[in-house]
Design a protein around this ligand. Structure first.
Ligand SMILES: [Zn+2]
Length: 113
């Protein structure tokens, strides 16, 4: 359960911020997820709600924004859009692609009380 670990990480960061900034209630959490992070949005939302119980994030709305992945094709030397890991370069059909973006998860915004 990769999503459970991610949800725990997100809640951990928010709980730390709550202590530092002094908020007690989170209304909205906006997360950016790279398309290559292999995150199942529904599973993440489920895990988030479960892990948030008893924390400042309990009941918070989760807004997931999926960002496209990007890569660098070694065969044609171009930056390309990469919808999925392991796909061929859309320009030359090569497979020597270095992922340059879209494989991480970022807390983009928090709405708090
Ligand atoms: Zn290429």
């Amino acid at each position: 359960m990769h999503e459970l670990a991610l949800a725990e990480g997100v809640i951990g960061v928010i709980t730390q911020e709550a202590g530092r900034q002094g908020f007690t209630r989170v209304r909205l959490v906006r997360l950016e997820i790279g398309a290559l992070a292999a995150v199942e949005p529904e599973a993440l939302a489920f895990c988030f709600a479960a892990v948030a119980r008893g924390t400042a994030s309990e009941g918070a709305r989760l807004d997931l924004v999926v960002l496209p992945g990007s890569g660098w094709c070694l065969d044609c030397g171009q930056t390309i859009a990469l919808p999925r890991r392991g796909e061929a370069c859309p320009l030359c059909g090569g497979y020597k692609i270095q992922v340059t973006g879209g494989d991480d998860l970022t807390i983009k915004e928090l709405e708090v009380d």
